[in-house]
Write a protein that binds this ligand. Structure first.
Ligand SMILES: Cc1cc2nc3c(=O)[nH]c(=O)nc-3n(C[C@H](O)[C@H](O)[C@H](O)COP(=O)(O)O)c2cc1C
Length: 184
């Protein structure tokens, strides 16, 4: 299986990145190919709103570090999308990536991607679980529009509890990887 993982936190060993790694390490241990993209290290622009992906080109016409990422998502079986909540949304790094997935949408708002893909959407936030539910709802809505079947992991209260047990979320990610890739 082809697996792609995008981490949108600048913190390479932060909560969301560690949980994403829990997923991808299980996939790799099972012999699957995994491509990792740490968005903070990459050079790319947000969508320019040119709409050439609707009228002239099947893909985004910008050529930068996101070009292979968008290509690999098109051909992947499973994708991991991970971002902390920053100011009530995903990080800027992640949001710029999402804007570029406009190139996945046909003019009639259906998906250009082949159906049957799965995605894990991971968030972490400082505040309690009553806050920022909309972030998961909104972004999983976009991913569903592209045809992904979605699982979510949502970590809350990170600031309030410095001793939080992140391992149980890493284990959950690993379990989802196992159930999707068939082996442990
Ligand atoms: C710039 C910035 C903005 C943040 N905004 C919010 C916020 O709006 N709500 C919230 O609950 N936590 C907020 N946080 C806390 C992060 O979501 C939290 O520390 C998260 O666990 C970081 O994830 P990471 O460890 O994967 O980097 C913010 C943190 C930063 C640095």
């Amino acid at each position: 299986m082809n697996i792609v993982s995008l981490t949108g936190s600048p913190r390479e060993n932060g909560t969301t990145a560690r949980i994403a790694r829990g997923f991808t390490e299980t996939c790799r241990n099972n012999g699957h190919e995994v491509k990792l993209y740490h968005l903070n290290d990459m050079n790319y622009r947000g969508c320019q709103g040119c709409n050439r992906c609707k009228v002239k080109s099947p893909v985004c016409v910008l050529k930068d570090d996101l070009t292979p990422v968008l290509d690999n998502i098109k051909s992947c079986d499973i994708a991991v999308f991970a971002s902390p909540v920053y100011y009530g949304d995903t990080t800027g790094q992640f949001k710029c990536f999402i804007d570029r997935t406009w190139s996945f949408v046909k003019p009639n708002f259906t998906s250009k991607l082949t159906p049957g893909k799965k995605a894990l959407f991971i968030t972490a936030q400082g505040f309690g679980e009553e806050m920022h539910r909309d972030v998961t709802e909104r972004y999983t809505g976009f991913l569903k529009l592209y045809g992904f079947e979605i699982e979510t992991i949502r970590v809350t209260d990170c600031s309030a509890d410095p001793d939080m047990d992140v391992d149980r979320f890493i284990d959950k990610a690993s379990e989802i990887a196992f159930s999707w890739t068939g082996k442990n």
